[in-house]
Design a binder for this molecule. Structure first.
Ligand code: NAD
Ligand code: 6OD
Length: 489
């Protein structure tokens, strides 16, 4: 049986307490995971502290960037191992993991190595009374030890999205991946080891949230910043824990995202795009559209086309290149999503497609599969319209005019993403700017330039990551102000 160990101070560390890593496609145990206890988490934090104080903290930018490029190269060299681990932890299809998760794992390191080499710093020359001047310039320094807590839905992508900029800024990190997906995080530790990352710069601890490694990180007084991606409720718990010692936090949380389909859209491209926006990764992407609003003249045609496309979705083994949708992450998460399918019925929804659990007649019946689903007929006030479900489901509503749909799309406490489908350029700008979200896509969805700000408003998060936004979060900025007198002294 494969063992996933902790990586602390440059060494792989066993624990006498282990938990199972399960493949959600068939419920098989694929690995034993060594859970870090408090002493191990403290040792990881201490190793990180020493690394920041040592040569890593003083390493020239070019050398630090070179190490980040080598991590990217190593992920690519071991592409198949990363792919295998990501698929067996999540059940996601090879068609997705090989084109999104693993390539983005490498790209995150390259992009932040590039940004590190070109990151600008501010400077201002201030005129003072009497002709003197003040030169202000900013110096970028590491924050110190960054605690990184990541979720299971895009495990390598989301972990490296934080590790890469944190290291680029000269910090050392203590990472805790989701207990559901320890595989690619462990391979990342192996990659760090293989490229010669100095001991203590990258530390990995496995475990759960409360009473385990997650809590030990967030409550430690020796962590200088916390960056977290996960559920909004967990974000609140972490915020309470982090408040004790006052330090920067960055939160990428949940969403209840709207898609707005105008009658003047390019129909085929919109249906293609919406299939991705609703069902990618079995709907387990924070950016997925769970609320779809379609303008009345297009409504029936859109519902019919989406339903036909759903019939062609292939729920298959992750390694099969023809598979287009995998299972949900766990039995517990499937129960939660099925609970929402039942709640939708109780709230009076019409089940347009799906709504149940598929049967395969093979080992997949031991996995955590669920049918992709379309529902309709709920009022905007229904719980299924307000709460994040995080499964392969959308509700389709009809709308009649632009002002109405803007108001309804914004009627949520979340504020992560919106997608708008129209061929009217003015409307595209108008509506996307009116959305109360951090990310608005037009005629596209999850189209990424990693230099742009990423994050949400309201329950969807605090702060922005991406490009210079990440560099600024992971840095301590010191402003140096020098008075320059005109008279020779
Ligand atoms: P989760 O909040 O249950 O867990 C995320 C991580 O937090 C895990 O590593 C978990 O062990 C840890 N954790 C849980 N409780 C903790 C505690 N009290 N203290 C410290 N750590 C704790 O989220 P999940 O189920 O893994 O992921 C799905 C959620 O993440 C969805 O809500 C989704 O929308 C959100 N998400 C948001 C983004 C974004 O960029 N905004 C991206 C991906 C996922
Ligand atoms: O693309 C990214 O950088 C990012 N953070 C994606 C988040 C997806 C949520 O599930």
């Amino acid at each position: 049986m494969k063992q996933y160990r902790n990586y602390i101070g440059g060494r792989f560390v066993d624990s006498d307490r282990c938990f199972d890593d399960v493949d959600p496609a068939d419920g098989r145990v694929v690995a034993r995971v060594h859970e870090a206890n408090r002493a191990m988490v403290d040792a990881a934090i201490a190793a990180a502290r020493s690394a920041v104080a040592g040569p890593w903290g003083k390493m020239p930018v070019a050398d630090r960037a070179a190490l980040l490029y080598r991590v990217a190269d190593e992920i690519e060299r071991r592409f198949d191992d990363f792919l295998e681990a990501e698929m067996s932890d999540t059940g996601k299809p090879t068609a997705l993991a090989s084109t999104l998760d693993i390539p983005r794992g490498a790209a995150n390191f390259r992009v932040f190595a590039d940004i590190l080499k070109t990151a600008p710093l501010e400077s201002f020359m201030t005129d003072l009374p009497g002709g003197a001047q003040a030169l202000n310039y900013t110096v970028r320094k590491p924050l110190g030890v960054v605690g990184i807590i990541s979720p299971w839905n895009l495990p390598l992508l989301l972990l490296t999205w934080k590790v890469a900029p944190a290291l680029a800024c000269g910090n050392a990190v203590v990472c805790k991946p989701s207990e559901e997906t320890p595989g690619t995080a462990t391979l990342l530790a192996e990659a760090m080891d293989a490229v010669g990352m100095p001991p203590g710069v990258f530390n990995l601890v496995h475990g759960f949230g409360p009473g385990s490694a997650g809590e030990f990180i967030t409550t430690s007084p020796d962590i200088d910043a916390i960056t977290f991606t996960g559920e909004s409720r967990t974000g609140s718990a972490i915020m309470r824990a982090a408040a004790e010692h006052v330090r920067p936090i960055s939160f990428e949380l949940g969403g209840k995202n709207a898609a707005i389909v105008f009658a003047d859209c390019d129909f085929e491209k919109t249906v293609d795009g919406m299939m991705r926006a609703i069902y990618m990764n079995s709907g387990q992407v924070c950016l997925c559209s769970e609320r779809v609003f379609v303008e009345r003249p297009l409504h029936d045609r859109f519902v019919q086309a989406l339903t036909e496309r759903l019939a062609a979705v292939r729920l298959g083994w992750p390694k099969d290149p023809q598979t287009t949708m995998g299972p949900l992450i766990s039995a517990e998460h499937r129960d939660k999503v099925l609970g929402y399918y039942a709640l939708a019925r109780d709230e009076g929804a019409r089940i347009v497609a799906g709504g149940g659990v598929p049967s395969f007649g093979d080992a997949r019946d031991n996995g955590f599969w669920i049918e992709p689903t379309v529902i309709a007929g709920l009022p905007d006030s229904a719980r299924c319209m307000k709460e994040e479900i995080f499964g392969p489901i959308c509700h389709i509503s009809v709308f009649d005019d632009e002002a109405e749909v803007i108001r309804r799309a914004n009627d949520t406490r979340y504020g992560l993403a919106a997608t708008i489908w129209t061929s009217n350029l003015n409307r595209a700008h108008r509506v996307s700017q009116a959305m109360k979200v951090g990310l608005a896509w037009v005629n596209s969805w999850f189209l990424r330039d990693l230099r742009t700000p990423f994050g949400g408003t309201g329950l969807s998060g605090i702060g922005r990551e991406g490009g210079m936004h990440s560099m600024n979060f992971y840095s301590e900025l010191t402003n140096v102000c020098i008075r320059i007198d005109q008279e020779p002294t």
